[in-house]
Design a protein around this ligand. Structure first.
Ligand code: GDP
Length: 478
């Protein structure tokens, strides 16, 4: 059964602050309304010497129940939407079309900018879209257990049908338990065949409502704008069932969807507020990073004073770049924020260490086998954390019985002379840049050191190239 911190405290007849303190000392920051995971419950029951039986209601009606349990004190908040789908099926076009048609530019007429998320107004009701390419941000958030997506839109081009990444996305969406809406895109094309797509999706457990299933399929065109309103209305109807609530007066808790190091501004992070209201002047902690919110900038490039639940802004004022998927929390004061950041640092280190020793012991045999593998060494630089993590995890999966990829260094930021030196000193090594390019002097050094710099702006091209290189490294077969 899902149990919140305060409910757990009541059951144990202990003050809530005791529970929160134990969690805090372990580097887990929770407030009274947060749900406890199985791990936390285990730790707490050990700590307090009680026995706990966990009943897990994992049936098909999971999310309806979740929706019910979200009926709590608090105010209605806009739904948060993630759009996923196969490359070229129109995710970016759809996000752009919705933004263009629906973002309410304020009177001063700010310029709409890509910050990683935006909020639209549909007949007086708001919807927030996570505006990052592919499902990179979604995956890195899920890895951290930061599920902020309320509803998932799966885009399928009606002229192309279900493709490998569509299947991947179906799996991710099902695993997350969030309600799904299918956007049948490119309906303006003569070759569009929505029924074919419906059949392919139904075969994979995504059954259209008009075929007696429970998933809405919305025909639309990101190009002409046809069907966009239907999609938005469908999102709002689904949100009504979910009854999404948050407490604007609570201490702010937000999730990072994108982050980077910006010239002049320092570390910046685009966040979506989950609960409470994030304000300029708040002392915040965000993983190992902390700071005081110096400025909040919305998707219209306007400085704002506060961000209510389900809304988004770029946060300026952190001391380092937090990873995508990290939780940002407002703390009482600067001291508390620093202390927490330090604890988190130690906690992460501890986890990292215990993970690496565990895998060495368990995977001894495969490690020995790997000793015989040839490896292609990679130095990777990207513009934002989200893509860094997505690419790293995809690269580590690229391997076969003979060759594998070994990421010897990676980070967010431009390609530096250091990176070139690193590659130049290693055998079988390439320098990869994703949405970052080398400057003239770095290029010159690369040429002189005979270093191969490859830059990309599409993850799948990068992965394709690496697959090609791995294949090239395999022993020739005659
Ligand atoms: P993404 O890779 O999923 O983000 O796909 P994009 O949004 O980049 O779209 C891929 C291509 O499909 C681009 O050339 C778009 O112009 C085109 N496209 C996207 N939506 C539509 C649509 O509704 N109709 C037509 N005809 N083309 C579309």
């Amino acid at each position: 059964e899902d149990i919140r911190v305060y409910e757990f405290a009541e059951k144990l007849k202990r003050p809530m602050s005791d529970i929160i303190k134990v969690l805090f000392d372990l580097g887990m920051m929770m407030t009274k309304n947060d749900f406890l995971g199985a791990d936390e419950i285990e730790i707490l029951s050990e700590e307090f010497g009680v026995e706990v039986t966990i009943i897990d209601p994992k049936d098909e009606f999971n999310y309806v129940e979740e929706a019910e349990s979200q009926e709590e004190e608090g105010e209605e908040r806009p739904p948060i939407i993630t759009i996923m789908g196969h490359v070229d099926h129109g995710k970016t076009s759809l996000l752009d079309a919705i933004r263009k048609a629906k973002v309410t530019e304020d009177e001063a007429g700010g310029i709409t900018q890509h910050i990683g998320a935006y909020t639209i107004n549909q007949h007086g009701r708001e919807i927030t879209f996570i505006d990052t390419p592919g499902h990179a941000a979604f995956s890195s958030m899920r890895q951290r257990g930061t599920d902020i997506t309320d509803i998932i839109i799966i885009v399928v081009a009606a002229d192309d049908g279900v493709k490998p990444q569509t299947e991947e996305v179906i799996k991710i969406a099902k695993d997350s338990g969030a309600p799904i809406i299918v956007a049948l895109n490119k309906m303006d094309k003569e070759t569009a065949n929505p029924d074919l797509v419906k059949g392919q999706m139904a075969e994979r457990g995504i059954s259209p409502v008009d075929w007696g299933g429970d998933i809405e399929f919305v025909p639309l065109s990101a190009k002409t704008g046809m069907g966009l309103d239907d999609l938005l209305e469908n999102i709002l109807l689904t949100a009504d069932i979910l009854e999404l609530k948050a407490s604007p007066d609570a201490n702010a808790k937000a999730a990072v969807v994108e982050s980077s190091l910006e010239k002049g501004r320092g570390p910046v992070a685009t966040v979506i507020v989950q609960n409470g209201t994030l304000k300029v002047g708040d002392n915040v902690v965000c993983g190992k990073a902390h700071g005081r919110v110096k400025a909040l900038i919305n998707e219209n490039s306007k400085q704002i004073k506060s961000v209510p639940p389900s809304h988004t802004a770029v946060v300026v004022g952190l001391n380092e770049v937090p990873a995508a998927g990290e939780i940002m929390m407002a703390m009482k004061n600067d001291k508390e924020a620093k202390e927490y950041a330090q604890k988190r640092y130690e906690y992460d280190r501890h986890k990292e260490l215990s993970k690496s020793t565990k895998s060495t012991l368990e995977d001894m045999t495969s490690m020995i086998a790997e000793g015989r593998l040839k490896s292609l060494k990679v130095v990777l630089k990207t513009d934002v954390h989200g893509s860094l993590e997505a690419i790293k995890s995809s690269l580590s999966e690229l391997r076969n019985e003979e060759v594998k990829i070994d990421i010897i260094s990676s980070g967010v930021g431009g390609i530096t002379e250091n990176d070139v030196e690193l590659v130049g000193n290693s055998e079988n090594c390439v320098l990869l840049g994703f949405n970052v390019r080398p400057t003239g002097s770095v290029k010159a050094l690369a040429k002189q050191r005979n270093v191969d710099i490859r830059t990309y702006s599409i993850i799948y091209q990068l992965l394709d190239d690496m697959t090609g290189m791995l294949t090239g490294m395999m022993a020739p077969k005659f």
